[in-house]
Design a protein around this ligand. Structure first.
Ligand code: PEP
Ligand code: MN
Length: 339
C-alpha cells in the first residue's frame, strides 16, 4: 500500500504515519516527491486492509494499493516523477544524457589511463571497466581484481570522471565499494538474490543489468530486492536478450526503454555494445536508444580493440567513439536532453 500524504504535511505527521506502519508490522519506505511525501508500506499483502485505517491520520490524503508485484520500483509510487540519482555533480535520470564509456575489462594501468583520457575528452561523465569479469570460460581472462580497481581509481583521480565497475561476489563488496562510484551488477547475476540483498549494506548506487533471459518484470523484481532492503539508488540497464537471432550477439531490446519508463520511475541506461556484440551496430543502436528515451548509454571503447582481452569485437576504436559522440548530439537535443 502507499500512503499519500497531503501536500505540505508536517514532518510530525509523516513521522506518526511511519511509526504506525511499523506498529502494524510493515516496513515504511518514505519517498520525498517535489510536491508531497508518499510512504510505501511493504509487507505481507494479506493483511493490507489494516493499513486502510491510516487514512484517518493527520496529514494523510489517501491510502492506495500498489497493484504491481514490484512495489518500490513501480511508477505507481511516484506518479509523474522520476528518480534522479546525484553523484557529485553528475545527475543520473535528469535532463543531461549520461555517457558511461571505457573498455570491457581493465587490462593494464596504461590501457585504462589511455581509455580514461579518450572518455574524458569526449565529454562523457563516467568511466567503465571491469576488474572482476564474468567470463563464460574459466580459461578466459578473469580480470585484474584489486589491481584493476586501483588503476580505475587512479584514472578517476587524473580525469575527474566517476567510475563504474562490476561486483560479482558479495565477498568483494567492501573492496569494490571502496574504489567505485557506482556498483555494476551484471546480467549473469541479475537473479543472484543473495548478492542483491547484500547491496543494502552500501550507500553506493547500483546499476542492475537485465539478465539475458529475463523479462522486464523480473528485472524490476530484482531491483525490488535492492530497494526493499533500503538502497534506493538503483539504475536499470538494458543490454540485450537472447533470441533465436544469431546475426548479433544479443537482441538489443529497444522496446524495453519506453516500457521500463512506463512501468518504473528508475533511470534506464542502454548498453548497445553488449546489445549487439558488433562495433558497427553500436552507433545506430546508441542513437536509437537515445531517441527511445534512455537516460544514458554505456559504450565499450578500447584503444586497441583487436588485442582486447574481452569484448574486442564490440568495442569502438577511439576515432569511432569520437564520431559517435559527435553524431549523437542532434539525437540528444531532439529527445529534449542536454549533454
Ligand atoms: C560488461 O558490462 O562488460 C558485462 C559483462 O556486461 P553484461 O553483464 O551485460 O554481460
Ligand atoms: Mn563487456
Amino acid at each position: 500500500m502507499v500512503i499519500v500524504m497531503k501536500a505540505g504535511a508536517e514532518q510530525q505527521s509523516i513521522d506518526a504515519v511511519i511509526a504506525q506502519i511499523r506498529e502494524l508490522n510493515y516496513t515504511p519506505h518514505p519517498i520525498q516527491g517535489t510536491e508531497r511525501t508518499v510512504i510505501a508500506a511493504i509487507g505481507d499483502e494479506r493483511g493490507k486492509h489494516e493499513l486502510q485505517q491510516l487514512e484517518s491520520m493527520r496529514g494523510v490524503n489517501k491510502v492506495v494499493p500498489i497493484l504491481e508485484p514490484y512495489k518500490l520500483s513501480s511508477s505507481e509510487i511516484r506518479p509523474g516523477e522520476r528518480t534522479k540519482i546525484q553523484i557529485g555533480d553528475v545527475e543520473i535520470g535528469g535532463e543531461t544524457l549520461i555517457l558511461m564509456a571505457g573498455p570491457c575489462s581493465v587490462e593494464s594501468r596504461e590501457q585504462i589511463l589511455e581509455s580514461a583520457e579518450i572518455v574524458k575528452e569526449s565529454g562523457a561523465q563516467i568511466l567503465r571497466g571491469g576488474a572482476f569479469k564474468p567470463r563464460t570460460s574459466p580459461y578466459s581472462f578473469q580480470g585484474l581484481g584489486e589491481e584493476g580497481l586501483q588503476y580505475l581509481a587512479e584514472a578517476r583521480d587524473k580525469t575527474g570522471l566517476l567510475i563504474i565497475t562490476e561486483l560479482m561476489d558479495s565477498h568483494d563488496l567492501r573492496l569494490v565499494e571502496q574504489y567505485t562510484d557506482i556498483i555494476q551488477i551484471g546480467a549473469r547475476n541479475m537473479q543472484n538474490y543473495g548478492l542483491l540483498s547484500r547491496l543494502s549494506e552500501t550507500k553506493k548506487p547500483v546499476m542492475l543489468k537485465r539478465g539475458m533471459m529475463s523479462e522486464i518484470n523480473e528485472l524490476l523484481l530484482s531491483a525490488e530486492y535492492i530497494l526493499s532492503e533500503g538502497n534506493y539508488n538503483v539504475i536499470l540497464c538494458e543490454r540485450g536478450i537472447r533470441t533465436f537471432e544469431t546475426a548479433t550477439r544479443n537482441t538489443f531490446d529497444l522496446n524495453a526503454i519506453p516500457v521500463i519508463k512506463k512501468m518504473s520511475h528508475l533511470p534506464i541506461i542502454a548498453d548497445p555494445s553488449h546489445g549487439t556484440g558488433h562495433w558497427e551496430y553500436v552507433n545506430p543502436m546508441a542513437k536509437a536508444a537515445v531517441a527511445a528515451g534512455a537516460d544514458g548509454l554505456m559504450i565499450e571503447v578500447h584503444p586497441d580493440p583487436e588485442n582486447a582481452l574481452s569484448d574486442g569485437a564490440q568495442s569502438l576504436r577511439p576515432d569511432k567513439f569520437r564520431q559517435l559522440v559527435k553524431e549523437l548530439k542532434p539525437f540528444i537535443q531532439a529527445s529534449g536532453r542536454t549533454f
